[in-house]
Design a binder for this molecule. Structure first.
Ligand code: TYM
Length: 343
């Protein structure tokens, strides 16, 4: 029996990268015919505060993130939808894992290195960065392992930027099982989403990210058609004339937009490029991308507006999700306590 689990941070609205890299596959998995499988998806609000947040903003982001999940088509009837912080068993398990995880393993995480640099505004990674960076940024992947393993999840659908964290999760499960002579924790499988990593529209050498100060770099699932058109118009491409072709090194901007089309349509890169034979210039190409995005998100936007106007429904969905999640988490943490002699 499988348990499919994943979380997303509430650092602002859900963007095209999150949607293609994660949410769409969460939705497809939960809609597939898989009797007996459990689907648990939610908001990693505890992870979000590793970079400081104003309390009112965090509160708003937490609600908006749930509304975005529902507006993206995730059904609370099929999935448990909840806030990580509402299930304290995550943090308890995280502490047990912290005590069996080496600093060396954490230090190797590439996301830690780049976040530590971001926090310090530094282009180098050295002892000074280490000195000033908060421990939460370093321990972040331990909490992620606890999120997954508190449900003894078997499959985690994520974009490929999360692969290294899932590798660490497998390592932690192995270490725990070995240390306490048990097979309690499964060795989780990464379900890599078929979509390629979606890059910033303005600077296609980095990934599309909510925390990017240039908001034209990022398309949100709730952007109006006019905003989508504006952002795509401003997207960095190149001055190569003639037919559109895929070459991530030579044409990163154009190739990123091809990846977007491929993610949205489910077609392979080759098929997408073949379909673009009628395109004469970048304007036509960009208009086509805009149309596809606007069409995909038409209903999302309307639903999002309805949902954020009535917080009580969101609260009700979260409360139901929390109760479901806690039922599993509390039974599992009781077993863990027994295994380590804390009962
Ligand atoms: P987060 O919030 O950064 O991203 C959520 C999901 O979206 C995917 N993603 C992308 N995919 C393609 N292109 C992009 N530009 C892009 N940006 C983000 C991510 O791969 C991810 O699947 N640490 C996690 C949250 C987390 C978690 C967990 C995930 C906490 N606990 C347990 C899985 C299991 C994170 O920061 O994701």
């Amino acid at each position: 029996q499988s348990t499919i689990f994943s979380l997303i941070q509430p650092t602002g609205n859900i963007h095209l990268g999150n949607y293609l890299g994660a949410i769409r596959s969460w939705k497809e998995l939960s809609e597939s015919d898989s009797p007996g499988s459990k689907f648990i998806f939610g908001i990693a609000d505890l992870h979000a505060i590793t970079l400081p947040k104003d309390p009112q903003t965090l509160k708003r982001f937490r609600h908006e993130a749930i509304a975005s999940l529902l507006a993206s088509g995730l059904s609370p009837e099929k999935c448990t939808i909840f806030h990580q912080s509402a299930v304290p068993e995550h943090t308890e398990l995280s502490w047990y894992f912290t005590c069996i995880t080496s600093m060396g393993n954490l230090n190797r995480m590439t996301q830690w290195k780049s976040k530590a640099q971001q926090v310090q505004n530094s282009s180098i990674y050295d002892d000074r960065v280490m000195e000033a960076t908060k421990a939460g940024v370093l321990c972040y992947p331990i909490l992620q392992a606890a999120d997954i393993l508190i449900y003894r999840a078997t499959h985690v659908p994520v974009g490929d930027d999360q692969s290294q964290h899932l590798e660490l999760t497998r390592g932690i499960a192995n270490t725990f099982n070995h240390t306490y002579k048990t097979k309690f924790f499964p060795i989780v499988k990464t379900l890599l989403t078929p979509s390629k990593k979606i890059l910033s529209l303005r600077n296609p050498s980095k990934k599309m990210s909510k925390s990017d100060p240039d908001q034209n770099s990022c398309i949100y699932v709730t952007d109006s058609p006019e905003i989508v058109a504006k952002k795509i118009r401003k997207a960095t491409t190149d001055s190569i004339q003639g037919p559109i072709y895929y070459a991530p090194e030579e044409r990163p901007g154009v190739s990123n937009l091809i990846n977007v089309i491929s993610g949205l349509t489910g077609k392979s890169i080759d098929e997408v490029v073949a379909d673009l034979h009628w395109v004469k210039d970048h304007k036509q190409f960009k208009d086509h991308v805009t149309e596809l995005i606007v069409e995909e998100f038409r209903e999302n936007r309307e639903m999002y507006q309805r949902l954020t106007a009535d917080i009580s429904y969101l609260d009700e969905v979260c409360a139901r999700g929390r109760d479901n999640a806690r039922e599993i988490a509390s039974a599992n943490i009781a077993q863990v306590r027994k295994l380590i002699g804390m009962d």
